[in-house]
Ligand binder design. Structure first.
Ligand SMILES: NC(=O)c1ccc[n+]([C@@H]2O[C@H](COP(=O)([O-])OP(=O)(O)OC[C@H]3O[C@@H](n4cnc5c(N)ncnc54)[C@H](O)[C@@H]3O)[C@@H](O)[C@H]2O)c1
Length: 339
């Protein structure tokens, strides 16, 4: 039996990032009666432009840090749910400097669940399939809600830690919570440090794209709009204390995705350079989202990867003012790491 929850006044942490801002757009487009308070520290990954057109009666922005307990004491009362997206989210950065990942992903989540507990606010925790580690390329298995945690990187281990905190707060304190673990997202507004936008913007700038290792690492791609509809479904219909995996059967290896991008952008499929692999690089992720689909009836709508990719490429072509300010610094960082 699913339970129905009708939120009226929610906090979205990290709502100026890639996926969190898409969720804010989703709520505005589909639930005009729900008030949204976006709490975001505007790190290098946050951009107020992502939600600026929405600010007004329905969407309010608070510039602040999820680790700030005093701010949470002022902000959380009066809200009925927290949807928690804020995180340090980039694996390569976590390898170069893990500390901010511990701070935001672990301590920040702790501060939020403490506030949710204190003010009896429902909590939805947005997490990643990377907590499960990786699968072999020839393994027919996919991750399910029962797969043991086996994170590989500083990023995924801090996300795993935060998942476990949220689960313990349910068991120990009865926190009203749900968790989702989603596969790799793509779509507009993704930071240029991430795989797909980095390749697209390199090609636009006339830089040869770069591919890690042997390029055979498999990711299970999902359009960020499908992630948003899934999170809304879990928030409003999910059973308390439960975890739901979100995925859209989008398994593709990095080499195939890069060739897809080159083809869509009118380039020869071999117009890229190989670079050394990321240490501890996970081999394959694959999600079985049967529970979410059968129990809550959720379905992805972007089932054609190539058409989602074309739309994403077009967005980066049309919006250089959004990504250009971050591009040079991002490439300088990669260059210093030999990537
Ligand atoms: N990108 C993916 O493919 C993917 C897949 C599954 C799950 N997730 C999860 O989804 C969430 C969002 O990912 P994303 O790709 O949109 O990340 P992002 O890096 O694009 O955005 C993160 C946002 O959080 C904000 N933030 C960071 N630290 C903060 C702090 N201490 N206090 C307040 N705000 C802070 C940033 O300013 C930014 O707006 C993360 O929890 C991530 O683990 C991401």
């Amino acid at each position: 039996m699913t339970e129905s929850f009708t939120p009226k006044n929610i906090i979205v942490t990290g709502g100026c990032g890639f996926i969190g801002s898409d969720f804010v757009h989703y709520v505005v487009n589909n639930h005009p009666d729900v008030h949204v308070t976006v709490l975001d520290a505007l790190t290098y990954a946050g951009n107020l432009e992502n939600i600026k057109p929405l600010l007004g009666d329905q969407v309010e922005f608070v510039h602040g840090n999820i680790c700030d307990a005093q701010l949470l004491d002022e902000l959380v009362p009066g809200h009925d749910a927290i949807v928690h997206y804020a995180a340090e989210s980039h694996n390569d950065n976590s390898i170069a400097d893990p500390e901010p990942f511990l701070k935001t992903n672990v301590e920040g989540t702790f501060r939020l669940i403490e506030a949710a507990r204190k003010y009896d606010v429902r909590f939805h925790h947005v997490s990643t399939d990377e907590v499960y580690g990786d699968l072999a390329l020839d393994d027919p298995a996919k991750f399910t809600e029962e797969t043991p945690y086996r994170p590989s990187s500083p990023y995924s281990s801090t996300k795993a830690s935060s998942d476990l905190l949220v689960r313990a707060w349910f068991r120990t304190y009865g926190l009203r919570m749900t968790i989702s673990n989603c596969s790799n997202n793509y779509g507009p507004y993704q930071h240029v440090e991430k795989f797909i936008p980095r390749q697209i913007t390199n090609i636009i700038e006339g830089i040869r794209p770069k591919l890690y290792g042997d390029g055979l690492n498999v990711r299970d791609w999902i359009h960020t709009e499908d992630h948003s509809s899934a999170v809304w479904t879990i928030l409003t219909q999910g059973r308390l204390g439960e975890t739901y995996l979100i995925g859209a059967n989008g398994e593709r290896n990095n080499l195939t995705v890069l060739k897809d991008i080159l083809r869509v952008m009118g380039q020869p499929e071999d117009a890229f350079d190989w670079v050394k692999d990321r240490p501890g690089h996970d081999r394959r992720y694959a999600i079985d989202s049967t529970k979410l689909q059968t129990e809550l009836g959720w379905r992805p709508t972007h089932t054609n990867f190539e058409s989602g990719l074309r739309q994403t490429v077009q967005w980066y072509v049309d919006n250089p003012q959004w990504w250009e300010p971050a591009k040079a610094a991002t490439e300088a960082k990669y260059k210093a790491q030999g990537q």
